[in-house]
Design a binder for this molecule. Structure first.
Ligand code: ATP
Ligand code: MG
Length: 356
């Protein structure tokens, strides 16, 4: 029988490749944004709230056009970092720049560049949702008429147009999330910052928001997203940074992080498994036979696959299926931080191993 090679993540990688133009797995950083100017540059950022140290020297660069993910467990410092960029929190030490402007000195410029969809709802409950958007735009000096047109466009693209005259309490949780995003976009920002944009929304809506965000990013908008969903970061982001206890502990393309920090193996199903591996099978392979499955641990499964299959044929063993297995980004995350991302929330299902 011809062996079949399963490769789910190869497909995921292809999808990302399509989006960014060329493969990203080969390097730590995504290709297209490499040469682009910096949208965000953070150096040595520190912040303490009373006795709580929230940031212990965060360095982060995000290039124009990137879809960047900031991942971290509860209390890691994600929102604090974001709020320093948007001027909601005063930085203590270090510096942060947005499109070249200093977030403290040039705050008028930097705030105008950013659209923030915060983690918590921040709507005024006395206004209609259309007016919420119009006032949001007015805050940035956009004339009312233009703001009205922009509000209607956004309400239509977020499927909220029918609700435009309603007050906020009449919206469901998912609708409020969409309105937060619309409000963040209303003044035409160059950098969209999303703090947990899909927390607590259903799978269908999450997919639709992903599509919207992908398209918007492809249209040139730089996006910084924090998320508890590893799956979300893998699906959307061309680069992620993992933050833990106020420090960046890893950074790179999701696939590169998986390749650096994870475990890789070949999982080979045998048609007629022996009870022990034949002596003729080379001992240099780190192989373990478990029923009809042979697992071979190797740092480069794609490179070694041919040699391993040849050795099996030479030993007279028939192969029915071959899979390359890699740790998920979630496992890399757990390995680096010793924590689970869904701690407390329980929203992200455990994914022990994933076929690649
Ligand atoms: N206004 C505040 N006053 C006091 N402590 C704060 C304040 N805001 C944040 N903190 C503390 O700073 C640390 C970092 O919080 P932050 O909100 O940045 O984390 P986070 O990564 O966004 O977490 P989550 O995933 O739960 O949203 C936490 O220990 C938090 O308790
Ligand atoms: Mg937060």
């Amino acid at each position: 029988m011809q062996p079949t090679v399963t490769s789910d993540a190869a497909l995921a990688r292809e999808r990302r490749t399509e989006r960014v133009g060329r493969p990203i797995a080969a390097s730590d950083s995504p290709a297209p944004a490499r040469e682009a100017p910096l949208a965000v540059s953070i150096r040595g950022l520190t912040k303490t709230y009373g006795t709580t140290v929230a940031l212990r020297g965060v360095d982060l660069d995000i290039r124009e056009g990137q879809f960047f993910g900031l991942l971290g467990p509860n209390g890691a410092g994600k929102s604090t970092t974001i709020h320093i960029l948007t001027g909601l929190v005063k930085l203590e030490g270090g510096a942060a720049r947005v499109f070249g402007g200093d977030v403290v000195r040039d705050y008028r410029f930097t705030r105008r560049q950013i659209g923030l969809a915060p983690q918590e709802y921040n709507f005024d409950r006395f206004f209609s949702i259309r007016d919420i958007l119009i006032f949001g735009a007015g805050y940035y000096g956009i004339p009312r008429r233009e703001a009205g047109e922009r509000a209607d466009e956004l309400l239509a693209s977020f499927d909220l147009y029918d609700k435009r005259r309603q007050k906020i309490e009449r919206l469901s949780g998912g609708m409020k999330r969409r309105l937060l995003l619309a409000k963040a976009m209303v003044h035409g920002p160059r950098l969209l910052i999303l703090d947990e944009p899909t927390a607590g929304i259903d799978v269908e809506l999450r997919r639709r928001l992903w599509e919207y965000l992908r398209r918007t990013n492809e249209g040139g908008l730089t996006i910084l997203l924090t998320t508890h969903y590893i799956e979300e970061a893998e699906a959307l982001c061309d680069e992620v940074a993992i933050i833990d206890e106020g420090r960046i502990v890893a950074q790179g393309a999701p696939q590169a992080l998986v390749e650096q920090g994870g475990e890789r193996l070949l999982e080979i199903s045998l048609a007629h498994p022996p009870s022990v591996l034949p002596q003729t099978f080379p001992s240099e392979f780190d192989a373990e036979l478990d029923g009809d499955v042979l697992r071979v641990r190797t740092p480069q499964p794609r490179k070694e696959i041919g040699q391993v299959l040849n050795a099996l044929y030479a030993a007279g063993l028939e192969v029915s299926q071959v899979a390359i297995r890699e740790s998920s980004l979630e496992e890399v995350f757990v390995k680096l931080t010793g924590k689970r991302l869904d701690a407390g929330g329980g929203e992200s299902p455990a994914r022990p191993f994933r076929g690649v």
